[in-house]
Design a protein around this ligand. Structure first.
Ligand SMILES: [Zn+2]
Length: 124
């Protein structure tokens, strides 16, 4: 990612990692919708430090925040590439990114028996 280039998603700010992942008006709604879905309050000042702090520990909320953040970052990156290179598919718009991210979280959570009850709780 080059410095001092305009963000391809919002066309408003320069595109750096901090902007793309945590500040861009085109990607921030992804964080909000996913954390709302997980029923976990999202920081008003979202950044990597907050995610690191919330991901520490072995409790379910920590595990979930870590897994979700990883999936969201991946989804945002795929969405960005999709917008730049005109790809279709699972990351063509924000709703598709959210759906793909939820699918991944449910699938990965379900694969670990100790997480299944938590996944069920989110889905109900
Ligand atoms: Zn932007």
């Amino acid at each position: 990612m080059a410095q001092n280039t305009i963000c391809d998603l919002c066309k408003e700010d320069s595109e750096d990692l901090e902007h793309l992942m945590f500040k861009c008006k085109a990607t921030v709604p992804i964080w909000h919708e996913l954390f709302e879905w997980m029923k976990i309050p999202l920081a008003t000042n979202l950044d990597m430090d907050w995610i690191r702090r919330k991901s520490k520990g072995k409790g379910w909320p920590n595990v979930l925040v870590k897994a979700a953040s990883t999936e969201i970052v991946y989804g945002i990156w795929m969405y960005r590439n999709s917008m730049i290179f005109g790809n279709k598919g699972s990351y063509r718009d924000i709703q598709s990114v959210i759906k793909s991210t939820i699918d991944s979280l449910v699938y990965r959570g379900w694969m670990k028996p100790k997480h299944r009850n938590h996944i069920v709780n989110i889905l109900m």
